[in-house]
Design a protein around this ligand. Structure first.
Ligand code: UDX
Length: 450
């Protein structure tokens, strides 16, 4: 059993802290935000993440998981300190390190015994060394020793608990073998592969992994755009490519581009790191540019389907950047909806979970509705932006009745082209043949000939 403090109770901190307590450690999760801590103490979870609430409750009840905003006290009471604070995007795309540096100062001031300081936040190469320097400068007793470790996080929102409890690998970069071994031992109950390296390489692995995954997505989106023009089907192409174990089948789903808290931020940050180091990472810059362009491809498809968007009602389904999360950070909907409005469309939107989070960002652009059916009622076309299961499983016959014309533009390839043809929808998806002739439901109030 280790005594662990996790500084920063956001996504990464809260999930990792909870999972460390689940495997038997005593964990204190801290945050500077007293409201967040008050909520957590009441068993309320500030983010939507399946399974997290139950796991927090279980470990709080077992007296293994605690919450506080007294960060100094928590540090003094622990032997392993995880830094899991945010590294938001700065003005030039660089990672803003102010919160990490602030935590390092606090750790220095409260270094009352040997401790291992572990960085979980995604940080530029060299941050571990900076953290070490800051702690040295701030520690009151220069005889108290410490080690710095980089142990980046790879969990995905929406399946964070699952990803953490069954992690594929733990990357550990450390300033001493003793510290590396202790962090490796901490991970033993996860029964995962341990990959040990130096601090700098561990820091780089996180950026390289995220940038590579983002590249896979922009690449398959580019292939999808070609497929549409030459009559191929990107889902078959991706499946065929994925059978080559050097390529792998995962992360080859064409769509409207990546969003979320990691890929956009980390690709920009890596591009900035490369620039600073004297390398123009043009491939990565193209990945970022292609992702921006991909968001607007669905808008072009709506234009193709409707002629022009002026005065048209568009029912947008899904606002979050992906299913099973209420996270709106860099969600494609944030770009697509304002663009529809700029082109004169009127947007009615629905998301099963992210409605409030979306309202906080772009409320002025659309009207939102409590149900999928209400959002689609009387719309000229339906636009799918997130593949929530409720949307994938929606009753298509009913959708046809609700729309004034049976038009669906699907940014996530939720339905089979054959089914949409059989159901006589006009159906545009990504990287697959478009179905351009449809017929309105006989019982629909208005009939359209297409
Ligand atoms: C990602 C990484 O997967 C995780 O390892 C890292 O630690 C944080 O960033 P997350 O942002 O939660 O996790 O979501 P993920 O499921 O990876 O999806 C990211 C984005 O890529 C989403 O917008 C998703 O819609 C998109 N995506 C993903 C695709 O467009 N196609 C794919 O094949 C996969």
């Amino acid at each position: 059993m280790e005594k662990i403090t996790v500084v920063g109770s956001g996504y990464v901190g809260l999930v990792s802290g909870t999972c460390f307590s689940e495997i038997g450690n005593r964990v204190i999760c801290c945050d500077v935000d007293p409201f967040k801590i008050a909520m957590l103490r009441k068993g309320e979870i500030p983010i939507y993440e399946p399974g997290l609430k139950e796991l927090v409750k279980k470990n709080v009840d077992a007296d293994r998981l605690f919450f506080t905003s007294e960060i100094g006290d928590a540090i003094e009471a622990s032997d392993i300190i995880y830094i899991a604070v945010g590294t938001p995007m700065g003005d030039n795309g660089e990672a803003d390190m102010r919160y990490v540096h602030e935590v390092a100062r606090t750790i220095g001031k409260h270094l009352n015994s040997y401790k291992i300081i572990v960085n979980k936040s995604t940080v530029p190469v060299g941050t571990g060394e900076q953290v070490r320097q800051i702690i040295m400068e701030n520690r009151k007793n220069r005889f108290v020793q410490f080690d710095v470790v980089s142990n980046p996080e790879f969990l995905r929102e929406g399946s964070a608990i699952e990803d953490c409890m069954n992690m594929e690998r733990a990357v550990i970069g450390a300033t001493s073998d003793k510290a590396a071994k202790r962090i490796a031992d901490l991970h033993a109950p996860f029964r995962t592969r341990i990959f040990q390296t130096n601090l700098e390489s561990a820091e780089m692995i996180k950026y390289a992994a995220n940038a590579f995954l983002a590249t896979k997505i922009s690449f398959i989106n580019g292939i999808a755009n070609v497929c549409e023009r030459v009559g191929a089907d990107v889902t078959s192409v991706a499946a065929g490519m994925g059978l080559d174990s050097r390529i792998g089948a995962k992360f080859l789903q064409a769509g409207i581009g990546y969003g979320g808290s990691c890929f956009p931020k980390d690709t920009f940050a890596l591009s900035y790191i490369a620039e600073e180091a004297g390398f123009d990472f043009s491939l990565l810059k193209s990945v970022i540019a292609a992702n921006d362009e991909q968001r607007l491809v669905v808008v072009d498809k709506l234009k193709q389907a409707l002629g022009c968007l002026e005065g048209k009602k568009i029912g947008v389904l899904g606002l979050a950047f992906k299913p099973n999360t209420d996270d709106m950070r860099y969600a494609p909907s944030l770009t697509i909806i304002p663009e529809l409005v700029r082109l004169g469309a009127y947007v009615r939107a629905y998301d099963p979970i992210a409605m409030q989070a979306a309202r906080n960002q772009i409320a002025e652009y659309y009207e939102d509705f409590e149900t999928l059916e209400e959002a689609l009622e009387g719309c000229d076309a339906c636009l799918i932006l997130t593949e929530w299961s409720e949307i994938v499983e929606m009753d298509l016959a009913r959708v046809k009745q609700l729309l004034t014309a049976p038009i669906i533009v699907d940014g996530r390839n939720c339905f089979s082209v054959r089914e949409m043809k059989e159901r006589e929808f006009v159906y545009y998806s990504v990287g697959r043949p478009a179905v351009t002739t449809g017929s309105a439901n006989a019982s629909a109030a208005k009939t359209v000939s297409l």
